[in-house]
Design a protein around this ligand. Structure first.
Ligand code: AMP
Length: 615
């Protein structure tokens, strides 16, 4: 392993690296730095998050650039503002002892005038997001005619984000003679096309085996259904009281929903995605870095700019569309010598992707079991005991209170005392998980049609379906319109093509039938017919829905819309459909733009450990 000096870097740079605690180069640095210093060939580097790629491209540029010349000599493009700012700051750290080198970072959502002023003062290095960079080129505030190095960082992500046109424009504004350095974690067709069209016989390097931290990451998968996905996520969080994690979601909407649910359920969580303003994103990231927030729910792109080294878990609420992104996600944990776990929640259909990912990460996924309530309770209990053991006692401050405390507790023996103190902190968690179901048992039934019915519910057939533009919301509306009774619980709903099923509290079976009979409702011009689906009528005879009836008898955890005492189940409305504003009163603190006020019938988790405390 070489030193930075041996790679060809001068002393002022080496000194800055020593200040930063960089003792030796990473694999990508060892390969890229001498290559860029010694050759003007274009470079195509396979490098993932956390490999040290920022230093890999910026240190040789700092080594070679003309400090006395104020023209822009290097332009570095990166997909997000956060990443651009991070790169800009890194470079400023690297040139701490190169006083004549100036770096300007340009990005949208911030004053263009300030950026123009900074450019006018002269910067050898400009780091920018593609959109703002093009804007500044158009305004002639950014002149790239003297550029010697063009760096495309996270090229795949820039193309994913639709910056193809901007990249083309920047590339056109730079001289033919420049050296292009392209860094990407994946090389889909679009990135290869950029390499082909804009680079001349590039030298290819890789960061070696995946990213730097990956050896320390174990990969687990948990089988879930859509119904158990979120409760399973919560159980994983509950099992790990000291969790500090990113939950990755595929879309902005999914991200916001998961975050809203977690906040509602009392977790110290928040969301990070592109729909938030820059200020909101900065604030969320700041809180997460300071650990005021323990769980960050994020999209792949938004999380890119976040450099956090001590994550305990990466949780994949859903796998990324591009499986290559999985390595980006999992590489966020297991850094700086720490151990990390990357957990994937998959339904039956998604399982196939695991094999493909295994080929990429060259590791096997281990099957995990969604923890049972009992396991969680035991874990939390032991954690509490550890905390008690490690709690420092402030003798002097306590002294004056002790006599009266001893007097009050005199009658209790040691065992009783322990039990009472533990229960004080612990009863909520015990109660919460008292009757919790094993989510793994339910998870094995991936087919939603095989959803088990609850014995307290009656299952009805209704002669309208998807082709009549029916959806669960409309069906709930239709049921509500029949005025069956106050606060009737609606259970599972299955919308099929031409007919559907819904469950209603068994006590309202007759009332439901007579309400539909009396009202003779229409739906989209079709007269509606409702019947009870009897268990014993199964076997495919008679009605088209015969196949569905096999679901009877399998008890499922808490029906939709039912109030539950456990964490299972989804959250459709009960037929009173009123928003339960009373529920929000005991909600924990939220961020300023926190959770939505969605009504939900699912019970909130107790304010246990690793959660936002309700004090
Ligand atoms: P990057 O892949 O450039 O985002 O770097 C990931 C993290 O590794 C950042 O926190 C860097 O500061 C850090 N890093 C980069 N190179 C080294 C090195 N040679 N030694 C120690 N830390 C490094």
């Amino acid at each position: 392993m070489s030193t930075f000096l041996e790679l060809g870097l001068k002393e002022p740079i080496n000194k800055a690296l020593t200040d930063l605690g960089y003792e030796k180069p990473t694999v990508i640095q060892e390969k890229a730095i001498p290559q860029i210093i010694s050759s003007t060939d274009d470079l195509k580097a396979f490098a993932q998050t956390g490999t040290g790629k920022t230093a890999a491209f910026s240190l040789p540029i700092l080594e070679l650039l003309d400090e006395k010349n104020g023209n822009v000599q290097a332009i570095i493009l990166s997909p997000t503002r956060e990443l651009a700012v991070q790169i800009g700051n890194n470079i400023k750290d690297f040139c701490k002892y190169l006083p004549d080198v100036k770096v300007t970072t340009v990005y949208g959502g911030s004053s263009m005038e300030d950026q123009i002023r900074s450019l006018k003062r002269g910067s050898q290095i400009v780091v920018g997001t593609p959109g703002r960079t093009v804007d500044l080129i158009k305004r002639r505030a950014l002149k790239l005619g003297n550029v010697q190095w063009l760096v495309l960082d996270e090229a795949d992500e820039m193309l994913n984000m639709g910056f193809k046109d901007e990249l083309d424009k920047v590339l056109e504004a730079t001289p033919e003679t420049k050296q292009t350095l392209l860094f990407s974690a994946t090389f889909p067709r679009e990135v290869e096309a950029i390499a082909r069209n804009y680079m001349t016989k590039p030298v290819e390097i890789t960061s070696g085996e995946k990213n730097a931290g990956s050896e320390n990451v174990s990969h687990e998968y948990y089988s879930v259904t859509e119904r158990t996905r979120y409760p399973s996520l919560k159980r994983i969080a509950d099992l790990n009281p000291d969790i500090y994690a990113i939950i990755f979601c595929r879309t902005r909407r999914e991200t916001q929903e998961v975050a809203d649910n977690l906040i509602r359920d009392g977790y110290s969580a928040d969301s990070l995605h592109g729909d938030l303003s820059q200020g909101q994103r900065d604030s969320v990231m700041g809180k997460f870095r300071k650990r005021t927030i323990k769980i960050l729910v994020a999209t792949d792109v938004a999380a890119r700019g976040l450099d956090v080294t001590e994550l305990t878990h990466v949780l994949n609420h859903k796998l990324p569309d591009q499986i290559e992104n999985y390595t980006h996600r999992s590489g966020r944990t297991g850094r700086a010598g720490n151990k990390g776990i990357s957990i994937v929640l998959v339904n039956g259909k998604e399982k196939g992707k695991l094999r493909q990912i295994e080929r990429i990460i060259k590791k096997k996924f281990v099957e995990g079991k969604v923890p049972t309530g009992k396991e969680i309770v035991k874990n939390q209990l032991m954690n509490l005991i550890d905390k008690v053991q490690n709690t420092e006692v402030n003798e002097s401050e306590m002294e004056e209170f002790l006599p009266s405390i001893y007097e009050k507790l005199e009658a209790l023996d040691r065992e009783e005392l322990i039990k009472k103190f533990v229960s004080l902190e612990f009863n909520t968690m015990l109660k919460y998980y008292e009757n919790s179901k094993d989510l793994n048992d339910l998870s094995s039934k991936d087919n939603s049609r095989a959803r088990a019915s609850d014995e307290n519910m009656t299952r009805f057939f209704i002669n309208i379906g998807r082709k009549d533009n029916l959806n669960p919301g409309k069906l709930i509306g239709l049921i509500n319109e029949q005025n069956i009774g106050d606060k009737v619980e609606i259970g599972a709903i299955d919308i099929l093509d031409t007919f559907s099923f819904f469950e209603i509290d068994k006590n309202f079976e007759d009332a439901t039938l007579s309400a539909f009979l009396d009202n003779q409702p229409d739906f989209d011009g079709r007269s509606v017919n409702v019947e009870v689906t009897k268990k014993e009528r199964g076997g495919g005879g008679g009605r088209r829905g015969g196949g569905d009836r096999k679901s009877f008898g399998n008890k499922r955890e808490g029906g939709f819309g039912r109030k539950k005492s456990s964490d299972g189940g989804s959250s459709r409305r009960s037929s009173d459909s009123s928003r339960r504003s009373d529920r929000s009163t005991d909600r924990p603190d939220r961020s300023s733009r926190g959770a939505s006020d969605r009504s939900s019938s699912s019970e909130r988790s107790p304010g246990g450990f690793g959660r936002r405390r309700k004090d």
